[in-house]
Design a protein around this ligand. Structure first.
Ligand code: SF4
Length: 355
């Protein structure tokens, strides 16, 4: 393996561009893999890896966290959430603090846990916190469909799912960032396939490679990106062929489309991005926790000094935030990028701070 890594590294050095270019690793799992394996440090300095907005916990706004906290404070519900969300601070509290104060908040590994609980406890209203990109949306869609068809009328979804490809287009239109290539997410692409990224190469002339998560995958993907960049023939290539196809998983895409429709969505530190979110279609609206449990959500401030928005857009690196490692640490996270197991700040703190 050492030899393969050295060969791929040498090839990157041989094919490096004449000026510094920015390659965005969109997905938080890639950021973690790059940091954990010290890949940033072995690249030629002309290849600058910047992190993108592909960590669902990190892009969840304070407003949405305040909103779900408002629901569990005002209504006697049981909330099911994935573990990473529990420590993310809103501007008034966090789910962890609410749990400590006695609210019924449970960590689940699958949305099916929430649905099963609702079935077995018909007297209790159950809310599932639906978060994540195209990777997790199919399962949320399945439980919404099942709850609806099985008439489980005490189950609701607090839906803050987001979509990756339209968010990438908005990053390309942002004048604050210059992106020369995308290392596209492997898990999301297993669902949607490679075709939804074609506009990036066709319209914006930016190379894309869908990459796996092992060090060899990432180095090979970077080599593929360099070849495209140097040839000036951008396209969407799949390096992660053992999992990703052009068409993705049509069954999963179809159930998403059956249950949800696109809507605007607020991304933490970035703002409202048109058509990057999903809302329940009219038929399933009775399962919408936001409608069923109305609350007043007024405060949506980000933590003072936190620059998660700029980190998530690749404008700055976590080291550039003044709070990084001085005030903001995993045991005292100020922003979500330090909380999440896929957050850039957490990756840099854990693996790159001392390098
Ligand atoms: S280091 Fe902390 S405060 Fe700074 S951007 Fe990252 S999460 Fe936010």
């Amino acid at each position: 393996m050492k030899k393969e890594i050295n060969d791929l590294r040498k090839s990157l050095i041989d094919n490096r561009p004449s000026e510094q270019i920015n390659i965005m690793e969109v997905c938080g799992t890639h950021t973690m893999a790059i940091s954990r394996n010290g890949l940033r440090q072995i690249l030629p300095e002309e290849i600058n890896l910047i992190s993108g907005p592909g960590c669902p916990v990190c892009v969840t706004s304070s407003k949405d966290i305040n909103w779900i906290i408002g629901i569990i404070r005002d209504y006697p519900v049981t909330l099911f959430t994935f573990g990473d969300m529990i420590r993310v601070p809103g501007s008034i509290s966090s789910l962890q603090l609410e749990k400590a104060s006695g609210k019924d908040i449970r960590i689940c590994y699958s949305p099916l846990d929430a649905l099963d609980f609702a079935k077995n406890n018909p007297e209790r209203d159950v809310v599932f916190l639906g978060i994540g990109f195209e990777t997790t949306i199919p399962l949320s869609s399945v439980i919404v469909k099942r709850a609806y068809e099985e008439n489980i009328n005490n189950f609701y979804i607090f839906n803050i799912h987001k979509l990756v490809p339209p968010a990438l287009e908005l990053l390309l239109l942002d004048e604050e960032i210059k992106i020369d290539g995308f290392l596209c997410p492997g898990h999301v692409s297993a669902i949607i396939g490679s075709l939804p990224y074609n506009f990036i190469a066709d319209k914006y002339r930016i190379p894309c490679v869908i990459s796996g998560f092992e060090p060899l995958d990432i180095l090979e993907s970077l080599n593929m990106l360099m070849k495209q960049y140097n040839s000036k023939i951008p396209e969407v290539q799949i390096q992660y062929r053992r999992v990703v196809t052009s068409n993705g998983n049509p069954t999963a895409v179809s159930i998403i489309d059956e249950i949800f429709e696109p809507c605007d969505s607020y991304w933490r530190g970035i703002g409202v991005l048109p058509k990057t979110g999903l809302k329940l279609r009219e038929e399933y609206m009775s399962l919408d926790a936001m409608k069923k449990f109305p609350v007043e959500v007024t405060d949506s401030k980000e933590p003072p000094g936190c620059q998660c928005g700029s980190v998530l857009k690749g404008i700055i690196k976590p080291f550039d935030c003044k709070l990084f490692s001085r005030v903001c640490k995993p045991e005292n996270p100020i922003g979500p990028c330090m909380v999440s197991s896929e957050g850039s700040c957490a990756a840099y703190y854990k693996y790159e701070r001392l390098r």
